[in-house]
Design a protein around this ligand. Sequence first.
Ligand code: PLP
Length: 386
Amino acid sequence: PIYLDNAAGTRLDPRVLDAMLPYLGECYGNAASHTHVYGWRAEEAVARSRAQVAQLLNCAGEELIWTSGATESNNLALRGLIAGLAARGRRVLSPRTEHASVLAPLRDLAARGQIELGLLDVQRDGSLDLQAFAEALRPGTVLASVMWVNNETGVVQDIAAISAICRARGVLLHVDATQAVGKLAIDLSALDIAALSFSAHKLHGPQGIGALYLRREVRAHLQPQQLGGSQEQGLRAGTLPVHQIVGCAEACRLAQLALPQERERLRRLRDRLWQGLSQLPGVFLNGHASAHAPQILNVGFEQLPPLALLEKLSPALAISGGAACSSAQAQASPVLLALGRSREQALSSLRFSLGRYSSEQDVDVAIELVAQALRQLRSATAAAPA
Ligand code: PLP
């Protein structure tokens, strides 16, 4: 099948694999072993990797904590900062359309009575109403968590404006940038972001590795959530997976090299896909007409049986109905419901997500496959007795 599910996972770039291989072979030292060359080599590789990732984000290497991915980064940032800020206040704010790895820990903390959680509605185009956001940052609010690019709709939040609002109110901002890193230009030196999460496997790096950026000034507020050795300045204990770290860094380096051209190429592919799909009957866009990431397109189809289109397409087209972790259940996406879609509309929506290996031909074939499937389903629906 044609793979258009890059928001769920991307193919490992062969150059990333090449960079990783020595660390799965002869370079097996522990980066925390300071008494021999095996350890020194591993430590050097980690330091080099840290600098490469820092370059993509324009931050300092020491502001990065390696994690197993965005889920862990989100949990560490939220749980760690909330614990560290408890004496200042307990109110935490987040949009309803965040990823489960942000909402679940926040709901858990709220259920335990450790925070007062404010969940914000979004507008019909998926964007946050900035005035409503500013008003919701009432006294006692210590932390806000807002994703940069929504993983289901591709909607881009105005993080520069949001970070300025947070700064003015003295509220720390955590950003889940899992779908933004490597796709949009990110300059952490120009933004007041306290913490930022991402995973390497969304940008053609390996699974199971990511990082949490933690602004230097904020470090003292983070209570570590995993204790043990003194790795990562005591903020995240555990032996560093050097091969994964090297892979993550190489993925970031390659993304940075190609970023402006690749962003334009993906944008053109997405436009082509929308151009083709928008000609089909009963199609609507889930998301924002202009504030969207280049790689994600979410479209709905009116009056189809739930999941019918996705099921019909799945032998030929690898796409999803929403987030990968929830796509197996016939549950309407909370993100699409938050955009004002009905349950039926949400269950007949498709997410297409493009990557480095997506081509014009993939897009053209996808359009044709959707058109065919739609014709078959609509004629079946029309033929069925009322
Ligand atoms: N946040 C967003 C926006 C995502 O798209 C994902 C990936 O599905 C995650 C967090 C979680 O990433 P991981 O599964 O790598 O921990």
